[in-house]
Design a protein around this ligand. Structure first.
Ligand SMILES: [Zn+2]
Length: 448
C-alpha cells in the first residue's frame, strides 16, 4: 500500500491524501486550502493526479477544509463514489453550497472563473453515499470503517486496510467531552496513523470552565451596555454556544437580552441537528428526548434575510450577535465588527481557531487598527478568548488517543498543523510513546 500526502501537510487546511494498492487509488478528504490569499490561490491549481483515475473518496467530516475541493474533483473528471457518515453528507451539502457562494463572489471581484459551480456541487452530491459508523465498507482492494472522532456531529476517523496493513486517518479529533456530541472513540490495532496537530503544541486551559467564562463574558458586556460579538463557525461551535446559552438562560444565570443568530447557514445547519439527535451524547440526548429544544430559548432571534440582518443595528445594546465566519474572513460578522470594534463598551469573543492570515488572528495578535470591507477600523472593544470551546484535541488528548495504539504502531505521520505545532507533537510522540513520528513533506510518497 502506498500513501501520498497531497494536502494538509505543514498547514491546518487543504486535507488530501491518497492510498494506492494493486493499481487502485482512493483519496481521503479533498479539502479547501484556507487562511491566507496564498493558500486560497492553491485551490485553483490543477490536482497533482488525474481525478479520472481515482475510484473513491472517503470523507472524515463536513468541514470545508476536508471537503471543499470535491466539486472541483468532479468537475475535473472524478466519477467514483464519495463515502461519509449520513450526517456528514447532509452537513457537507449545506457547507459546500455556502462555500460556492463565497467563492463565486470572490471570483467575480477578481474577474476570474469560479472554482466550481452549484451544478458541480449537486453532481458531487449525486455520487455521495452514506455509510454509518462501524459498518464495514469495501472499495476494491480496500476495507474501511468509520469511528466517531468527537469533533463535530457526524465526524469520523477512518481505518483503512489493504495488503495486510492498516492505517488510520484521524481527520480532526475532538476535544472530548464536548457539550453535544459523543466522545472520541479509541482503538488499538492499526499499523500506521495520520494524526492532526492543529493544537499539537498546546494545552486547552479551562475546558470545564468554558460555560462559566461564557456566562462572565455575557454578564460583563451586558453590564457595560455593549454588544457581544461572537464570530463563530456555523457548524458545531454555534450549536455548542446555543446549547450553553439555553442552559444559562434556563437556570437564570444570565440576564435576558436579545441574542441574534445572524447566519442563514448556521440556521440551516442547526435544523439538521434535530435529524441526528441519536448521535448526541447521553446527557444531551436525554434532554432532547423530553421534547425540549436544546438549541433554542426565549430571546433568540434568527436573521435569515439581509433585511433581518440589517435590522439588528436598530436594536439598542446590550445584545449578543452570533455570526460567521468564524475567523472573520468574510460573512455577516464583518458588518457588525465594522460597527462595534471602535466601541470600548463592546466585546469580541473568540471561541475557535484563528488561522494565520485571518482577520481574527490579526485581532488576537493585538492589532490596534484593521481593515474591514475596505475601511480602516480602530479596535477599541474588549477581546475575550475562551479556548475551551475548541473542537480540536489538545496535545495531552492527542497523546492519550495514540497511547492504546502504541503496541502495534510502526509510524505516526503528523499532519494538519502549522509547522511549529506539528514538529512539537512529533517530538512529544517519540519521547512519550516511543513511536516513530514524522512531519511529512508536501507530495511525499511512503511505501507502507
Ligand atoms: Zn474539522
Amino acid at each position: 500500500m502506498k500513501l501520498t500526502f497531497y494536502g494538509g501537510v505543514g498547514e491546518v487546511t487543504g486535507s488530501n491524501y491518497m492510498l494506492e494498492s494493486g493499481g487502485e487509488k482512493i483519496l481521503i478528504d479533498c479539502g479547501l486550502h484556507q487562511g491566507s490569499h496564498y493558500a486560497e490561490r492553491l485551490n485553483f491549481e490543477p490536482f497533482p493526479y488525474d481525478p479520472k483515475t481515482i475510484s473513491a473518496v472517503l470523507v472524515t467530516h463536513a468541514h470545508i477544509d476536508h471537503t471543499g475541493r470535491l466539486p472541483k474533483l468532479f468537475k475535473d473528471g472524478f466519477r467514483g463514489n464519495i463515502f461519509s457518515t449520513p450526517a456528514t453528507k447532509d452537513f457537507s451539502e449545506l457547507l459546500l453550497l455556502d462555500s460556492e457562494n463565497i467563492l463565486f463572489k470572490e471570483a467575480e471581484r477578481e474577474k476570474k472563473p469560479p472554482l466550481y459551480t452549484v451544478d458541480d456541487v449537486n453532481r458531487a452530491m449525486g455520487i455521495w453515499r452514506k455509510i454509518d459508523y462501524h459498518v464495514p465498507l469495501v472499495v476494491g482492494n480496500f476495507k474501511a470503517e468509520f469511528f466517531d472522532a468527537g469533533h463535530i456531529l457526524g465526524s469520523a476517523f477512518i481505518k483503512i486496510e489493504a495488503d495486510g496493513k492498516s492505517i488510520i486517518f484521524s481527520g480532526d479529533l475532538g476535544n472530548s467531552p464536548a457539550p453535544i456530541i459523543q466522545p472520541l472513540e479509541k482503538i488499538e490495532d492499526p499499523d500506521y496513523c495520520l494524526i492532526e496537530s492543529t493544537y499539537g503544541d498546546r494545552i486547552h486551559e479551562d475546558v470545564d470552565k468554558r460555560q462559566e467564562m461564557l456566562e462572565d463574558a455575557i454578564e460583563n458586556t451586558v453590564k457595560a451596555g455593549g454588544t457581544l460579538l461572537i464570530p463563530t463557525f456555523a457548524m458545531e461551535r454555534t450549536q455548542e454556544i446555543l446549547y450553553h446559552m439555553y442552559q444559562l438562560f434556563k437556570e437564570g444565570r444570565i440576564p435576558r437580552v436579545p441574542v441574534f443568530m445572524d447566519s442563514p447557514l448556521a440556521i440551516k445547519l442547526t435544523a439538521v441537528y434535530k435529524k441526528y439527535e441519536s448521535y448526541f451524547n447521553k446527557e444531551t440526548y436525554a434532554i432532547a428526548k423530553t421534547g425540549d429544544d436544546i438549541l433554542n430559548f426565549p430571546g433568540l432571534r434568527l436573521a435569515l434575510t439581509t433585511e433581518q440582518s440589517k435590522d439588528i443595528n436598530g436594536v439598542p445594546p446590550p445584545k449578543i450577535i452570533i455570526a460567521g465566519s468564524g475567523m472573520s474572513n468574510g460573512g455577516r460578522i464583518l458588518h457588525h465588527e465594522l460597527r462595534y470594534f471602535p466601541d470600548p463598551k463592546s466585546a469580541v469573543l473568540f471561541v475557535g481557531y484563528q488561522a494565520m492570515g485571518s482577520l481574527g488572528r490579526e485581532i488576537l495578535d493585538g492589532a490596534s487598527e484593521v481593515k474591514i470591507l475596505g475601511e480602516k477600523v480602530p479596535v477599541r472593544c474588549k477581546k475575550i478568548v475562551i479556548p475551551g470551546y475548541s473542537a480540536h484535541a489538545d496535545q495531552p488528548h492527542l497523546i492519550d488517543w495514540l497511547r492504546p495504539m502504541r503496541k502495534n504502531l510502526k509510524k505516526v505521520f503528523v499532519v494538519q498543523g502549522e509547522s511549529e505545532s506539528g514538529g512539537v507533537l512529533a517530538q512529544k510522540i517519540t519521547d512519550e510513546l516511543a513511536i516513530l513520528a514524522e512531519v511529512p513533506k508536501p507530495e511525499e510518497k511512503v511505501e507502507l
